[in-house]
Ligand binder design. Sequence first.
Ligand SMILES: [Zn+2]
Length: 301
Amino acid sequence: MILFDTHADTLYSLAMHPETPKDVTLDRLKAGGVTVQTLAMFVGGKNDEKHIARAFEKMQAEEEKLLAAGWKKLTDYRDAREGETAYILSVEGCDLLKNNLSLLETWRRRGVRMAALTWNYENCVGTPAKADAVTPLKPFGREAVKEMVRLGIAPDTSHLNERGFYDLLEMGVTPLASHSCCKALCGHCRNLTDDQLRAMFSAGGYVGVNFYPYFLDDGGVATIETICDHVIHMIDVGGEKQIGFGSDFDGIECKPRGMNGPQDFPRLLDALRGRGLTEEQLAGLCGRNLAAYYDRIDPRA
Ligand SMILES: [Zn+2]
């Protein structure tokens, strides 16, 4: 079975916190049966352009090291082959696009296939859920999104505020939320309301369920079963063919009990089987749903 994970902050952790043990390693991806791990180029917690530019340079250098160490790079999820282990690049935080929209082409040439418009602070593109729910997407943000669509880069709404999310849908864009959970089950501002989930699914979008305990449970007490709860809730609101997993490994300081890294994916799949999901549904969640999403936003000849 092909298995995609749409978010991990491993490159940022390697670049900025080399001493910290990593959740995501090639061996653990293989042990867990992950076919493609999405690795984010993340702007980091310091809202400072110089810092971000330097972090991106360092992450690029870390990517070169991964390639030298035998990691396989893909530039399209649909090229994934069962039994192989690879990664695809994403961007988390479009701050560097300020005055430089052509950077999107550079990212695309390097293989970036999804870009989160913001992280947790306002930038040239939009406003995060953490700031407020009502500030619209900026005019420059609309230009950036149109360019992403042209290039086949999925606009990623994880972290974006509610108004910005609906602005994208009104533009007729088909976004994805690479690492987001359900607000009906946990009230965190980062999570998606049922209305947002329904709107996302009817627009043809995609959501990867995040494994961060504080997005899964109001008290931050989560197990593999809590991840299943969010998966099943998304299925209940119509997402069966449009959801998957966006672990957030190497970007989260604690994990659900039993889900310590990519090596534990088989335990999650077994738990979902235990909750009544069929093999067909699991094959969708693990891989087919994301491949179908890219068929919608970037059809191949
Ligand atoms: Zn994130």
